[in-house]
Design a protein around this ligand. Structure first.
Ligand SMILES: O=c1[nH]cnc2c1ncn2[C@@H]1O[C@H](CO)[C@@H](O)[C@H]1O
Length: 340
């Protein structure tokens, strides 16, 4: 992919709901931490590091994408200072992109090196538990919020290939719900266990069994018109990630044929998100520019989708209302009674 353009399409306050903390680390920070910890990397500059982490072409196997995390997760995982730092810098980077509210997700277990079985990334046993990870990320996010004047909340991920971690994730969500943790997610390789089943089944299970309030991506729902209609009727929120959907091979690389074109025409409730900006060598404005250049998105649609994103956030009602009002103000829109 070409270097992200510096052109900003929608230079107004934005909301981001689907971005992985461990897919949004600065390449320079990885190098820095590796140097301090004496970890050898196959890169000696930020640019080289970025190159190692980047997926340039749509992957053939999802595992190719996940393999990128192996390049740098051993550097960050198990290091308290690094974990706090990536959360803090994440907030700074989002503020620079014009994001005023972000929900960032991660697996506490994948950044830990004790109380986790097996210890990930071939680390030695250490003293950073999944619980410590959540506290460190919370600290980094809170410091970032103060310094950069944006609001940041987190979502904890269960991992598909590690069901034995999931109960702990639920426990951590409950324990830290007053401390910035607003939701739970299921991440990882979607081809595990579902090779012989239809994708629709996953969505049905998510909606009917798990009572999902939002769907990550959700492009395949278009292949099942009954499901798609049902989801629209219940105003389900779709967390779409255009650049990610191309590079992970989830969608046709021709953006003019992207499911978002249909979502836009149908006035579906969705957000635009980066997913893993480090790995896609991208930034939020690239997703916006792509939607504008290839999918017919206008300024009006960007406003509408951001207001829907705010309304679909996992904030408590009062804070949600304040956030929605902030957008109406910034967009110079008059609220009607229904929106009040
Ligand atoms: O686009 C994605 N689809 C599925 N799983 C992902 C994606 N991006 C990241 N992760 C997985 O979620 C973990 C926690 O943040 C990451 O470590 C990665 O394994």
């Amino acid at each position: 992919m070409a270097e992200p353009s510096t052109e900003t399409i929608f230079n107004k306050p934005k909301i981001e709901l689907h971005v992985h903390l461990d897919g949004a680390i600065r390449a320079e920070t990885i190098l820095d931490v590796a140097k301090r910890r004496g970890i050898k990397l196959n890169a000696s500059s930020g640019k080289e590091m970025k190159h190692l982490c980047t997926v340039y072409q749509p992957v053939k196997m999802f595992a190719e994408f996940l393999a990128k995390f192996e390049e740098y997760m051993p550097v960050i995982a198990g290091d308290k200072e690094a974990i706090r730092r990536i959360a803090y810098e994440f907030v700074e980077d989002k503020s620079k992109e014009g994001v005023i509210y972000v929900e960032v997700r991660y697996s506490p277990h994948l950044l830990a090196n004790t109380d986790v079985e097996p210890i990930p990334w071939k680390q030695e046993k250490g003293d950073v538990s999944p619980d410590d990870v959540v506290q460190l990320v919370n600290q980094g996010l809170a410091e970032g919020e103060k310094d950069f004047n944006i609001k940041a909340r987190s979502i904890l991920c269960c991992m598909r290939h590690m069901p034995n971690w999931s109960m702990k994730v639920v426990e951590l969500c409950k324990k830290y719900k007053e401390d910035g943790v607003v939701g739970i997610d299921l991440a990882g390789d979607e081809t595990i266990n579902v090779r012989d089943q239809s994708c629709h089944r996953l969505a049905y299970e998510a909606v009917e069994v798990l009572k999902a309030e939002r769907i990550g991506h959700g492009y395949n729902t278009l292949k099942d018109q009954v499901l798609y209609k049902q989801l629209r009727e219940q105003n389900m929120h779709f967390e779409t990630c255009p650049i990610s959907s191309k590079l992970t091979g989830a969608c046709d690389p021709d953006f003019t044929k992207h499911p978002l074109v249909t979502f836009r025409k149908d006035k579906v409730n969705y957000s635009l998100n980066t997913d893993d900006p480090l790995i896609f060598n991208s930034q939020l404005h690239v997703d916006y520019r792509t939607a504008h250049e290839y999918m017919g998105f206008t300024e009006e649609e960007f406003k509408r989708l951001n207001i829907n994103s705010a309304k679909s956030s996992f904030l408590p009602e009062k804070e949600k209302k304040d956030l929605v009002n902030k957008l109406y103000e910034a967009y110079e829109m008059v609220q009607n009674a229904e929106n009040a």
